[in-house]
Write a protein that binds this ligand. Structure first.
Ligand SMILES: *Cc1c(COP(=O)(O)O)cnc(C)c1O
Length: 368
């Protein structure tokens, strides 16, 4: 990795390939793999990641919103793309870009059907989402008849798959609940297949599901965080490689006398002589204020430098009193050698949040 001259998010496509192979090794030979690239591929670079995944021959991609799928199509991505949470206002655009909607409620189903009829679609692929306990999106178990009543005897839409989502796949204390979800899902799938007379493919597992519920792979799994190098489990993390590494540099050093303050609202007051370094990244770059005031630290020349005072919009200040460093030196915020999971945990949050928070202002550099 080259030395940086400004705040930079390094994206390592070899790490992505490594993680994909690791996750694939947990699957039966014929289980399909859907790679989740929503939220700019978990804050990295959606197009670059999708291109790499296409070259690795994943079976499917998923995004949350239509806009994200449109960006992928405009970049020439040909894989089937499932849109997990489409809004009716974007249905036309979704169809024009050959994106495949998750239909998750009676309202969404009937509105999509209207657009499909308007556009005279034939057997347009759709995916039916069932709620089995997360209580977020999805039809209920007893909506099967309603769904089929609307779809049978007309040919605008074709149910390509049926899916659901676990509420606590990473939590070993919730095994019983997860197994109840899996059994409800199985029952729904049987019911649908029987009444439909054909068998849509089934998927339920996210990354932690792949690790903890291998018996529930069905025909496809959907992985996001694992591809980016995190597994919600220290043992799995050890097998994965972080795709994104956030680095910055020291802009300026300050000598702080006892009883002086540092930063806005004088939130940090020094008890003794200290040296601080000011770094060119702040809450506008994704490092939220919860990381300030001693909660999180970064690494400079292999040593921990705590963030002191309030996080500013464009800067943070760190304590480097005990670190041999100078202006221009490199700073590791998270990634290789210091996981985003650990950085996030210091402010009581999770890898998903810090990864997806890194704003578009931060330069991206991709290593093949
Ligand atoms: C985001 C998402 C995933 C990916 O979950 P990870 O924990 O990142 O693997 C899978 N399925 C659905 C429905 C999602 O919203």
């Amino acid at each position: 990795m080259d030395k940086v001259g400004e705040t930079t998010l390094h994206i390592d496509l070899n790490a992505l390939e490594h993680n994909y192979m690791f996750l694939k090794s947990k699957l039966k030979g014929d289980t399909k793999f859907l790679a989740v690239v929503k939220a700019f591929a978990y804050g990295s670079d959606m197009v670059v990641i999708a291109q790499k995944l296409e070259s690795l021959e994943v079976d499917y991609l998923a995004v949350a919103y239509v806009k994200e799928g449109v960006l992928l199509r405009e970049a020439g991505i040909k894989l089937p793309i499932l849109v997990l949470h489409p809004q009716p206002t974007n249905f036309g655009e979704l169809i024009d870009h050959s994106l495949e909607p998750s239909l998750y409620s009676p309202k969404i189903l009937t509105l999509f059907l209207e657009v499909a009829a308007d556009k005279k679609l034939k057997e347009y692929p759709v995916h039916i989402k069932f709620n089995t306990g997360l209580n977020r999106l999805g039809f209920w178990e007893n909506d099967v008849d309603y769904i089929l009543k609307h779809l049978q005897e007309r040919n605008e839409l074709k149910i390509l798959s049926v899916f659901s989502h676990l509420a606590a796949s990473e939590d070993s204390k919730e095994k019983e609940f997860s197994n109840v979800q899996i059994n409800i899902f199985k029952k729904i799938c049987e019911d649908i297949s029987q009444k439909l007379g054909s068998v849509p493919f089934r998927h339920m597992l996210n990354t932690s599901g792949i690790i903890n519920y291998p018996e529930a792979q069905f025909e496809m799994v959907r992985s996001g965080i694992g591809l980016y190098g995190y597994g919600n489990d220290a043992q799995i993390d050890a097998e994965l490689k972080p795709v994104a590494t956030l680095k910055t540099i020291i802009s300026q050093m300050h000598k702080i006398e006892p009883h002086e303050s540092v930063g806005y609202n004088r939130a940090y007051k020094s008890d003794r002589y200290r040296i601080t370094a000011t770094l060119p990244l702040g809450h506008a770059d994704g490092i939220g204020r919860q990381y300030g005031n001693g909660k999180a630290h970064v690494y400079i020349n292999g040593k921990k430098a705590p963030i002191i005072g309030n996080v500013c919009m464009d800067m943070i200040m760190v304590d480097v009193t005990e670190i041999d460093c100078k202006e221009g030196d490199e700073v590791i915020v998270f990634g290789e050698n210091y996981s985003a999971e650990d950085f996030a945990a210091s402010a009581n949050t999770i890898s998903y949040e810090i990864l997806t928070a890194i704003s578009s202002r931060v330069k991206r550099v991709v290593t093949q």
